[in-house]
Design a protein around this ligand. Structure first.
Ligand code: GLA
Length: 384
């Protein structure tokens, strides 16, 4: 059963009547441009065909009853009262989005019964949180017919995660879940929010391999990376690392290194990664898959050596994938790091060989069984 069907049947079972509407918001996979979003830089993700489905029915009052099908948990709160934090983290994603929707649209008080379910694996770097935030943001927008654009819903989702859930993420995940485009990679300028869609190359599949090492409990690492980037931006006297070209960076790199080796390494990753995203767009336009593969490999090396966010299991998966894929296509870690998934752009006829090489080696080497997905680039949030 798809999440959409499951949310509808479970809605009926739980509330004893049919849902009025279903909303689906996708997870995302990032092809290139990691830890650049909060540096006002460039990213190139796509929304995927896995996501969060929310079935709902308007109520005659201002209460929200939210049923989380996958964990069989329920939350209730009232939109006419100030929205407080719950002791349950999952519930805070919902409450936080509604709270910040209300901050923007103070008259929003429409109650609803909701049943929701997701097939995005959690803590794996595929943005299960953003899918939840954007599905709830769109739910509010639909319920109240609120004058909110997709980008505004995305930024509200990010605000809820930053201020209510307490994770200091950038804006890539929410923007992608809101604004993804079917069969396209979307290059996002995370400062201007301008989007450049580029078709997924013909004959290529997007394969995602989950290391099944969860990246929980690494909020501290994420936040320290952000601080080191801010320190480097301050050293250069720029608003964000986005404002430096590779040449600008190299001109003062040694001086930064003398002040802080860590800030130097982090900035080196971000500045070169921004350039790689721009180069990747050009490579895709020229259908130069060899170049794209090189850029993905450089991105991975930079995350491993300079940003220091990969782990041995992930490095091993990438090595195996690079062997299976060869020169036309590429592989790298995707997402925040410290576990989670790798992403591959792989010629269709090589997918099975890739699956097999990893099945034969990864568990033997690490003691953990991987999960292999072939996914399609999808539209962003939608009313079903
Ligand atoms: C997480 C964050 C994003 C982004 C990535 C790294 O997914 O939520 O905002 O910073 O890590 O690229």
């Amino acid at each position: 059963m798809t999440p959409i069907e499951l949310s509808q049947t479970q809605f009926k079972q739980h509330y004893g009547e049919n849902a009025e509407q279903t909303i689906f918001a996708p997870g995302r996979v990032n092809i290139i441009g990691e830890h650049t979003d909060y540096n006002d830089g460039f990213v190139m993700p796509c929304a995927i065909n896995y996501g969060m489905a929310v079935s709902l029915k308007k109520r005659n009052d201002s209460r929200w009853r939210v049923y989380a099908i996958d964990i069989q948990a329920q939350d209730e709160f009232d939109l006419s009262q100030p929205i407080e934090k719950s002791e349950h983290k999952w519930a805070n994603y919902v409450r936080g989005v509604v709270k910040y929707i209300q901050a923007k649209c103070p008259n929003f008080q429409q109650g609803a019964d909701i049943a929701m379910t997701s097939d995005v694996p959690m803590s794996s770097g595929l943005s299960s949180s953003a899918a939840l935030e954007i599905s709830i943001g769109k739910t509010c927008q639909w319920l109240g017919d609120l004058p909110l654009s997709f980008a505004e819903i995305a930024l509200i989702g990010q605000e809820a995660e930053n201020k209510f859930v307490g994770a200091n993420c950038g804006n890539m995940d929410q923007l992608t879940s809101a604004l993804g485009q079917k069969d396209h990679l979307v290059m996002i300028d995370c400062r201007s929010l301008e989007i450049t869609p580029t078709p997924v190359p013909q004959g290529y599949d997007i394969a995602i391999i989950n290391s099944n090492v969860k990246h929980d409990l690494v909020t501290g690492e994420y936040n320290s990376r952000r601080q080191e980037c801010e320190q480097a931006a301050k050293f250069f006297g720029v608003k964000a690392l986005r404002d430096l070209s590779v040449t600008d960076f190299l001109a003062k790199a040694e001086a930064l290194k003398a002040e802080s080796e860590l800030a130097y390494k982090r900035a080196k990753h971000v500045v070169t990664e921004n350039q790689r995203v721009l180069d990747a767009v050009a490579a895709l336009k020229a259908n130069d898959m060899e170049k794209l593969g090189e850029l993905m490999a450089q991105s991975h090396d930079s995350m491993r050596d300079d940003f220091e966010i990969t782990i041995p299991e992930i490095d091993y998966l990438v090595e195996l994938a690079q062997v299976a894929i060869g020169k036309k296509g590429g592989a790298r870690m995707t997402g925040g790091g410290f576990g989670g998934c790798i992403v591959c752009l792989v010629p269709h006829e090589k997918v099975e060989a890739l699956r097999q090489l990893i099945a034969e080696n990864y568990e033997k080497q690490t003691g953990i069984k991987e999960t292999f997905y072939v996914c399609t680039a999808s539209d962003g949030v939608r009313v079903v």
